[in-house]
Design a binder for this molecule. Sequence first.
Ligand SMILES: [Zn+2]
Length: 267
Amino acid sequence: MDSQDAAMRPIEDECFPEGDQYLNARKALENATEELARNALPKMGKKLPKVLEALGDTLSIAERVSSCWWGCSQGTHTIEYMLGSVVSTALASLRLLLAGFYDESLALTRSIAERANLLFLLNGRSEELARWESASARDRRQQFSPVRVRLRLEELGHTPPTDQDRYKALSERGVHPGARPQVFNHGQRAVSAGIFQPAGLAVALNELARAVALAVGIGVFPLEHLPLDMRKGLQSRVLPLAGSVGGATVLEVEEFLARIDWQRPAG
Ligand SMILES: [Zn+2]
């Protein structure tokens, strides 16, 4: 900001940072929120304190299978690429939710949930995998859109791992315009991102854990170059993450808020 701009600033704006100062203040807020979140997590019920450790185990497995650590299929790496993007998207979602960007974390988690549905469709169906691999980017977007994948699974007699209600709830919070931002509080107040909200932390972390457990638990199975016993072993190592998903989810934010005794310290 040059001196002419500075001279034009209303007096009440002089104490509000701009430029680098604004970004640095934001970064300091995010760091403080992450520290609050990490201090609060061990006291947030029975399941939630176990999520980070289990998430780290599962993402470590996914990183190794996606990078051919245990052997290379010498194939198209379609499944490996999907699992690799589950890892990077999950790590980004985790950074966001710890820093108080709960809606934005849910938006990324939604794309992991989409991949879990797609992996469920492709697993054990070589004709679907061949169709996916031979489709142009445009055809793929149409034929394997999230809704088409859900409908195809239903046609085949399966309940999609992420059904329409959950997908809609993730979209309304994280993606679609119109919703009030970061509403994870008793008064349904819109809140600036980067402010610590325990319910936001719980909901975003549970949804991330759920989506990652599904995507990796399903996604290790189509990797047929690995022995079946090994794939079953890897899947069993994802179970603690699935078991750590608690009741605070994007489908029940209001109910969760109503259940919390706000007068009682967490723990
Ligand atoms: Zn490979």
